[in-house]
Design a protein around this ligand. Structure first.
Ligand SMILES: [Zn+2]
Length: 162
């Protein structure tokens, strides 16, 4: 049996978000409340949810779809929120396809610390573009905090592709 690959369960993502938690802050709430979308790598805002780039990407173009409401569980999402999350996952898949032509995608969520959630108080959904053979370089990529020109460029390109 092949192991299920969950690229968003990176040790580095975990460490970062846990340290934020200890200060009692929610990085996702802070990001959209700051009203500086460029600085916080927010690609777009929907009615009930927003799309943000992962600052510790497992792969170039690693995004997260997040409801504005600070709720921990999937089951607490309203029908409208659930619909918008799925619609945004589809929309971002198309945008990523246009910008960087991935061979596939990992889409998923970790619910609860036990399942590997870094921010376990604010439910969010990852979308990670995948290219053939990318597992070869990804571990080194995940080792570096990638707030770089490269990410800003991706942000601009994705917005244009929407
Ligand atoms: Zn929050």
């Amino acid at each position: 049996m092949q192991r299920l690959f969950s690229p968003w369960r990176s040790k580095y993502i975990e460490k970062f978000f846990h340290s934020e938690d200890e200060e009692g802050k929610c990085v996702l709430c802070e990001a959209f409340q700051a009203n500086n979308d460029d600085e916080h790598f927010i690609i777009m805002r929907g009615k009930l949810c927003f799309v943000i780039m992962n600052l510790f990407p497992y792969n170039s173009g690693h995004l997260m779809i997040v409801p504005y409401r600070h709720i921990p569980n999937l089951t607490e999402l309203t029908d409208d929120e659930s619909l918008e999350i799925m619609a945004l996952l589809k929309k971002m898949t198309v945008a990523l396809q246009r910008v960087s032509h991935p061979d596939g995608f990992n889409i998923g969520s970790n619910i609860g610390r036990t399942a590997g959630a870094g921010i376990d108080q604010h439910v969010h959904f990852h979308i990670v573009p995948r290219w053939n053979g990318d597992t070869n370089f990804m571990p080194t990529l995940a080792d570096t905090k990638m707030i770089s020109e490269d990410m800003k460029e991706t942000l601009v390109k994705l917005r244009r592709a929407l």
